[in-house]
Design a protein around this ligand. Structure first.
Ligand code: MN
Ligand code: MN
Length: 303
């Protein structure tokens, strides 16, 4: 990772604050996730809460239901409501001057015991890993424990979604932390890490599915037409962090936002993050916390 993105101990209070706000916004979001609640409304309220607490979004609030594992982000006209039987994952990230927290939880709106156990499986995997975390832990041991916990409860981990490093203004960086057993002896030390076990009733692979409503601009490139330039100026304010189509739809017309996004994607200016679906349409649960792994011990910022 570039030098300026690395975790620095002098920023620790900002990392902790991003974590506290992320945790509070997650719990607030959880309280809104009831039958009949609209996804767009929940996302808007969570994002307003983060702003009110003094944070900015490190990436948009995302609420992915059932066999969608991640990256479902309502646009401004999304009418989806939570229904009885939904397995809804809330994933959100907060930034304080580029110091990031990344946290997720699952709310199941039903009475099925197996589905309640599915929620427990990703949570138990995260809790078991939390107990093992220390300065110098081997990456392979984390995935081994995640796989062991989830399979012991009768489910499968999702193999192509991973935990990851967090850097300043970087929501995904090295190292990758697989959610299954590997022999990696690489050690974690002096870094910020997100651990995010996913458990599923399916085969444990996700694939891109449907229209992306989350994007990022890793590098700026010049564009010619006036509408796209106007939208691009707004996108620059996100500092390379992911943003939602919905955010642009509040600043411009829906048509202008769509036009500019299409243009920027065609010209390879933006990266798209489409919803991720479990390939066999298995139900999916997720739990996620942000960890600071430092000499003095381990801090879970999003508890
Ligand atoms: Mn996340
Ligand atoms: Mn993450």
């Amino acid at each position: 990772m570039p030098e300026e993105e690395k975790f620095r101990i002098e920023d620790i209070e900002k990392w902790k604050r991003a974590g506290r706000i992320g945790a509070e916004a997650r719990e607030y979001g959880k309280s809104l996730m009831k039958e009949g609640a609209a996804l767009a409304d929940i996302a808007e309220k969570i994002e307003a809460k983060v702003a009110q607490l003094g944070g900015t979004m490190a990436f948009p609030a995302q609420i992915s239901r059932n066999y969608l594992a991640a990256h479902y982000c309502p646009d401004i006209e999304d009418k989806t409501i939570l229904e009885n039987g939904d397995m809804a994952k809330l994933d959100l990230g907060v930034s304080i001057d580029g110091c990031i927290s990344d946290t997720a939880c699952t709310v199941y709106l039903g009475d099925d015991t197996a589905m309640k156990n599915l929620v427990e499986a990703s949570l138990a995997a995260l809790e078991n890993v939390s107990k093992m975390m220390r300065d110098g832990i081997e990456i392979g041991k984390i995935g081994t424990e995640i796989q062991r916990t989830i399979t012991s409860m009768g489910f499968s981990p999702i193999r192509n979604l991973s935990g990851h490093g967090l850097g300043k203004f970087s929501i995904h960086c090295d190292p990758s932390i697989p959610n299954f057993a590997t022999t990696s002896k690489n050690l974690l030390s002096n870094q910020a890490i997100a651990i995010e076990p996913f458990a599923t009733t399916g085969t444990g692979i996700v694939v891109d599915s449907g229209t992306a409503n989350v994007f990022s601009m890793p590098h700026k490139k010049p564009v010619r037409d006036a509408i796209t330039r106007k939208v691009l100026a707004q996108i620059e304010e996100y500092n390379g962090l992911p943003f939602a189509r919905r955010w642009l739809e509040k600043k411009f017309s829906r048509a202008e936002a769509a036009f500019a996004l299409r243009n920027l994607i065609k010209n390879d200016v933006l990266v798209e993050y489409p919803p991720l679906a479990e390939v066999s349409k298995g139900m999916v649960s997720q739990a996620e916390h942000t960890f600071l792994i430092i000499k003095d011990g381990v801090i879970i910022t999003t508890l």
